[in-house]
Every structure is written in C-alpha cells, then in structure tokens.
Design a protein around this ligand. Structure first.
Ligand code: PMP
Length: 283
C-alpha cells in the first residue's frame, strides 16, 4: 500500500514518524475521512471546510489548500488502483526530538499523513441494519473538533463490540448527542429530528447531506434537542457517517425497532441518487 507522509508517497512499511510526534505523545492532532465513489471525492469541499475549522480550533496551520489536498487524495487512489475507498487524512502537531512539553515547543512542524482504504464491493451493496445501545457520553466538551484523541470513543465502541453490537448512542443526562463515530437522527410522525450543531458533537457531513436532501424534497427536518425518551419512542432511528453512510437501527437497548421504515427508504434513495449525480458531474 502506498501512503502519503509529509510530501512523499511511500510504501506503508517505509513511512516513519518520530515517537516524539505530539500526535503519538498527546493525541495532539486532527483528522478527516472522506468517501470516494468511482474516484469521485464525495463532499470534498465540506470535509476540507471541517478540517480547516478543526485545525483553526487547535491552532494548527497546514498550509495546504483544498485543491492540494484533493491532489494528494487522487494520487493515493491512482497509485493504489482504488476506485471506491475512504481517504483518511491526519495532521498532528509534529515532533521536536527529546521534547515532551505540554505547551507547543518552538520548532514544531506538522506531520501530514494520508492513506486510502479500499471499500469492498460487498460493503457498497449491502448496508445491514444496526444494533445499538445508549451509553453515557464520557468525552470532552469539544467534540466539534475532529481530534485524533479518541480514547472515550474507542472505549465505548469496544464495550459495544464485546456485546456483538454495532454502535453506542452517547447521551448527556437526558439528552441524545451522537454515536461514537456517527450522528443520530430519528423519525417521528413523518419528520426527521436530530440534535442541533453544538460544541460537544461533531457536525457530520453525512448529516448535512441528509439535511440538504430533506430540504430539496420537502421532508421536514428539525434540528433541536432530543431526549432519551424521544429516542425510545421513535418510529425510526438512523445512524449516519461517511463510512457507514445511512443506516437503520433495528435494535435499541435490546428492544427491536419496527422493520418498516418508509422515511428511511425514501432518504436512502435520495442519498444514492445524490452520489450518482455527484459522480456523473465529475466525469
Ligand atoms: N460523530 C462522530 C463522533 C464521528 O466520529 C463521525 C464520523 N466522522 C460522525 C459523527 C459522522 O460524521 P461524518 O458524517 O462526517 O462522517
């Protein structure tokens, strides 16, 4: 596999990063994941906008434009021969050898790493339903930053995985926030309802796409606080992310959800059509 590291395309085995890199020592870095369909970088501009915001919020400057990052992504696809993939892009604060200061040691140069992960055909065709549980959100208050420091997320996800489940919906008190690596939307009486943008939730790009599609198609899309009771009482629950796309929840805390999900089915069609349109416009 060919990866990108600090201006070079290398065999993954030759890509080396200093153990003094602050991404390694402190989880001091941010990242993005974008979906690629038939070599089209889906919602690239939105992913870059969010990446630049994350960087700004942690006072990191990258010095690459959206176009330069797209070139890196395209070259990764080209060099690896991938058509359908996800592209992972990470920027950490870099290393000063022998230094482990909490403050930003002078002389740091950001480490930029990217790789593409092929999307198996089976995964593109089949999108199984998900079994989820609710868990208390143990993360920090600044989830809008797509930080590589994901310990609370990975702990929660491992707990879920050990129970052979798929995702945890994180809650703060009585409120639904998001999944460990996804956003949560529910349907009640024909309206889509989802928590609003807020500092401790990542503003998902997939969620934004669904908002646009709902608006274009006249489906009510309401962004407001969602209680755990409402989640329990929902007609449909959706989980969204770049990697999982749009998925229906079939079980919440051990209780089966209705399998009939007409709003989900409509949205899935719009979403697939949107991807096809984006691919076609890129050709
Ligand atoms: N929330 C969290 C915590 C995530 O890690 C992700 C995945 N990036 C999402 C939401 C969904 O965001 P997106 O649709 O942009 O992948």
């Amino acid at each position: 596999m060919i990866v990108y590291l600090n201006g070079e395309f290398l065999d993954a085995h030759d890509a080396k990063i200093s153990p003094f890199d602050r991404g390694f020592l402190f989880g001091d870095g941010v990242y993005e994941v974008c979906a690629v369909y038939q070599r089209h970088l889906y919602e690239w501009a939105a992913h870059c906008r969010r990446l630049f915001l994350s960087l700004q919020r942690v006072h990191l400057s990258l010095g690459y434009s959206e176009q330069q990052l797209a070139d890196i992504a395209h070259q990764l696809l080209e060099k690896n021969g991938f058509e359908n993939a996800t592209v992972y892009l990470q920027i950490s604060r870099g290393a000063v050898i022998g230094k482990r200061d909490h403050f930003y040691t002078p002389g740091l140069v950001p480490t930029i790493f990217a790789y593409a992960n092929p999307w198996p055909e089976a995964m593109l065709e089949q999108r199984p339903t998900l079994k989820v549980i609710t868990l208390a959100d143990q993360r920090w208050q600044r989830g809008q930053i797509k930080s590589v420091n994901l310990l609370a997320n990975t702990e929660a996800r491992q707990q879920v995985h050990a129970q052979q489940l798929d995702e945890a919906i994180l809650t703060r008190g009585d409120e639904v926030v998001e999944g460990t690596s996804s956003n949560v939307l529910l349907v009640k009486d024909g309206s889509v309802i989802t928590p609003p943008e807020q500092p401790y939730m990542l503003t998902g790009i997939t969620r934004q796409v669904l908002r646009r599609l709902a608006n274009e198609n006249g489906l009510p899309f309401i962004e407001r606080r969602v209680s755990v009771n409402e989640l329990n009482d929902a007609d449909e629950i959706w989980i969204t992310s770049t990697v999982r796309e749009l998925r229906l929840v079939s079980e919440l805390n051990g209780k089966a959800m209705p399998t009939n999900a007409p709003v989900f089915e409509r949205m899935r069609e719009w979403f697939n059509a949107d991807k096809c349109r984006a691919i076609a416009n890129d050709k």
